[in-house]
Write a protein of this length. Structure first.
Length: 368
C-alpha cells in the first residue's frame, strides 16, 4: 500500500493532484497548507502504522502536554456535590489532534495497568462527547504518560477525563467553556459509576473547591481556597468498589439527619466563601455516608480520633474510599498527619501510600 493511499483510507486526507514533476500534493485542510511528498515516498510501502502516524504528526497534527490534578470528592457533608483540588499529584497526557481527519487512539506509557480496550477507558466517552458537540471530523490521539493509580480515591478517572478534554479543547482553539468541559468529562465518570457526576471532574478542570448546585440544568460554582489550607491523603492497600460503597447507603434518612447535613453543607460553603478554615473544619461533618462507609476502612474511628487530636481541622473518607483525607492549616501539620495515617494502616498490616500538599486553585493546564 502506498503512503498516500494509507493516508486517504485511514485518515481521510485527500490527494488534490499529482505534480507533473513527479510528486503528490496532500491537502491538510486543518492547517490550510500543502505538503509536497516526493514521488518515491508517495509510492513507497508504508512499513508500519507508526511510520505513518509520525508522518501525520509532522505535517498536520498539533500536540500538547496536559496535566490534570487529583481531587477529593464529597468533603464529608457535600455528598456528590462538592470536591477540591490536590496540588502535586495528577495525570499527565500528551494529546494530539488533526482536524478534517478521523480516528481515535489511546496509548498507555504510564506503567499503571489500564484497560487495553479503548471502549473501557474513561477518556473515550469524554472525548467523544466533546467531538460530537464540535460537529466536525477530528482525529484524536492520547498518550498517557503519568497516571494516578485507579481505585486510589483521589479522582483517578476524573484526572484522565479532565486532562483529555482540556487538551483537545486547547488544540481546537478553545471552542468550549470550562463548564462545558466539565459536562463532557462527566461522561467518563458515567462509564465507571453509571451516573455522570461532577464532584471530581469539576475541581480537576476548574481548580479550587467546587459546588455542584444541580444537574437539571447543570450548575457548578467555583469557591475560593484559603491560603493556609493543606491536605493529607492516605490510600491504604485495600479495595472498595464504588458500587459497594453506594449500595451500603440507606435509601432514606431521618429528617433530623437531613437538617443537620444541610446545616453542615451551608457552613462548609460559607467557610470557603469567608476563607475561614476553622468554620470549614467544624462543618465537614457527615451524617449521611460516613457512618455506613467507614466499616470498609479498618480502624476508621480510632484513626479519626488520633488525627483530630493531632491537629487536623477535619478528617473524612475521600470519595467512596478506601482513601481517607484530612485538612490542616500548615504544610508541616499535613505531612505529620499523613505519616500518622500511614502508621495506622501499617499497624493493621495494610500497605499505604500517602500524599500531602496544598489545596490548589489550579485545575487542568498545559505543561508543555
Amino acid at each position: 500500500m502506498c503512503l498516500y493511499r494509507y493516508l486517504h483510507d485511514h485518515y481521510n486526507y485527500r490527494d488534490d493532484y499529482h505534480d507533473p514533476r513527479g510528486g503528490s500534493v496532500v491537502n491538510i485542510p486543518s492547517a490550510y497548507l500543502r505538503v509536497h511528498i516526493p514521488a518515491k515516498a508517495a509510492g513507497a510501502e508504508a512499513e508500519n502504522q507508526t511510520t505513518v502516524v509520525q508522518f501525520i504528526k509532522k505535517i498536520g497534527m498539533k500536540h500538547s502536554k496536559v496535566f490534570a490534578p487529583g481531587t477529593v470528592a464529597n468533603l464529608g457533608c457535600g455528598f456528590d456535590v462538592m470536591g477540591l483540588t490536590l496540588d502535586g499529584v495528577g495525570d499527565v497526557l500528551e494529546v494530539g489532534v488533526a482536524e478534517n481527519a478521523e480516528g481515535f487512539e489511546i496509548r498507555n506509557r504510564s506503567g499503571v495497568e489500564l484497560p487495553g480496550n479503548v471502549e473501557e477507558n474513561v477518556i473515550t466517552p469524554a472525548v467523544r462527547a466533546l467531538l460530537e458537540a464540535y460537529g466536525r471530523p477530528v482525529r484524536v490521539e492520547v498518550e498517557i504518560l503519568e497516571k494516578i493509580a485507579p481505585g486510589s480515591g483521589i479522582g483517578s478517572s476524573a484526572a484522565s477525563s479532565a486532562a483529555a478534554v482540556y487538551g483537545v479543547n486547547e488544540l481546537l482553539g478553545r471552542p468550549f467553556s470550562g463548564k462545558q468541559l466539565v459536562e463532557f468529562a462527566m461522561m467518563g465518570e458515567a462509564l465507571n459509576g453509571g451516573t455522570p457526576h461532577a464532584d471530581n471532574v469539576g475541581p480537576a478542570l476548574l481548580g479550587g473547591v467546587v459546588l455542584v448546585r444541580g444537574y437539571r440544568p447543570f450548575d457548578i460554582v467555583r469557591l475560593p481556597v484559603p491560603d493556609n489550607f493543606f491536605y493529607a491523603v492516605a490510600h491504604p492497600g485495600i479495595v472498595v468498589s464504588t458500587k459497594e460503597a453506594r449500595e451500603v447507603l440507606p435509601k432514606q434518612i431521618p429528617l433530623s439527619d437531613a437538617v443537620e447535613q444541610w446545616g453542615n453543607v451551608g457552613g462548609l460553603v460559607a467557610g470557603f466563601a469567608l476563607r475561614d478554615v476553622a468554620l470549614i473544619g467544624r462543618s465537614m461533618h457527615d451524617v449521611v455516608a460516613e457512618p455506613y462507609r467507614k466499616g470498609f476502612i479498618p480502624g476508621y474511628d480510632a484513626l479519626k480520633e488520633r488525627v483530630l487530636a493531632g491537629g487536623a481541622l477535619a478528617m473524612n473518607i475521600a470519595g467512596s474510599g478506601p482513601s481517607v483525607f484530612a485538612l490542616a492549616s500548615s504544610y508541616e501539620a499535613a505531612v505529620r498527619i499523613s505519616e500518622e495515617m500511614k502508621r495506622h494502616f501499617e499497624g493493621q498490616g495494610i500497605g499505604c501510600n500517602i500524599y500531602a500538599g496544598r489545596v490548589s486553585n489550579a485545575g487542568a493546564r498545559v505543561v508543555e
